[in-house]
Design a protein around this ligand. Sequence first.
Ligand code: ZN
Length: 120
Amino acid sequence: MSSARPGTAGATRTCPHCKTVILESASVCPACRGHLRYDEAALERAKTTVSPLHVEGTISPPVGDSTYEYSMVLSIRNERGEEITRQVIGVGALHPDEQRTFTLQVEMTEASGAKARRRH
Ligand SMILES: [Zn+2]
């Protein structure tokens, strides 16, 4: 996994609320939704946020009396197809009358220029 230097695009830090590794530039933690900063630069950056990928699906076990177990696996690959992250997000059991909905969302925020190009 690549690690960017502090102050550069892709630099990370640990959320003080939930300890998840998040972007250094984040104004709201995407994991626990805790607010981290309110400065003007962060607010300007938030305006550039787009959500280019959002996938959601609901599953239930095949018809029958059996209970199934599931694993949700997330992987991120680069432009060469090399896996840079692979994580098991959650595991559990699904009884015949149960279902689970899985949501994947990718947010992108402009990494540079927002601070330099402040309006007004
Ligand atoms: Zn958090």
